[in-house]
Design a binder for this molecule. Sequence first.
Ligand code: NAP
Length: 281
Amino acid sequence: MKTGVIGLGAMGAGMALNFHKANVLHAIWNRTRSKADAIAAETAAAIMGSPAQMAQQCDLIVTCVSRDDDVLEVVQAIAEQVKKDVIVVDTSTVSSQTALQAAEILKNKGAHFLDCPVSGGVEGARKGTLAMMVGGEQAILDKARGTLAAITGNIAYIGPTGCGQACKAVNQLMVAGINQAVTEALAFGKSMGLNMDRVVDIVSTGAAANWFLEHRGKTMLAGTYTPGFKVNLHHKDLTICQKMADTSLPIVAMTLAHYQQLMDDGYADEDISALFRIKYQ
Ligand code: NAP
């Protein structure tokens, strides 16, 4: 399928390069032109003048933008000129409600929408090993599955439109708890004067092993918080969790308060491992 990518940030750039390796990348568009120029230099993909232009030229459009309003803005622009039966796969993390709105906009034009949030970080996007949780029509996923294999290690169909994003909300709540546990435990270890590189190495092979410890443990101990996954984006995701919940979510409430503190202190664009700044003082 002729594939286009919209949103070439930390995640979208890796996805575009993997579609290129799989010989399906046809077109790219990014709001800030310089990021599209950088990907075009590596892939020779055509830079589109707008999402609407991409909608005329591609069969599959993968979007990866920041927030709910951004997804709706891009989907509206695609819908202006979209061909019948084009499939739009949104990999951004947004609310189920936004996924339902986006699907409706495209359905009115004879096109299709799948909410396909991903997990696995920038590393997973680069390696093409992302976990993808899909909401929408299974028959549409079946048409796109072969092409999406270029960017994912695992595709799971969760249910109708919005279910992919609901699954991702579960994932993001868990990430908050893991971030709390890892940053607090490493600050505790550091305060005891242990050799923390050795601690990370051995703990990473036992029952407390996890992706975040393995990929962010040593960098946070070194005071490096290069994203990765930005504090303000996880704050957005946890706000979505809080709106969806009909019970209290103590981990979400605590992490939102911590992230707000980091954002107020000017660390909104740092990786979420910057939570270590609060735990170790
Ligand atoms: P990022 O590096 O900040 O990139 C955001 C991208 O969205 C940029 O290309 C930006 O364009 C574009 N964008 C934002 N608003 C837009 C708008 N209104 N119209 C057009 N383009 C717009 O963010 P990221 O880390 O790639 O994250 C992207 C999405 O994936 C988010 O929903 C995030 O929650 C999710 N996610 C992130 C990770 C991670 O580890 N980073 C993992 C899984 C999921 P400009 O270049 O012009 O700013």
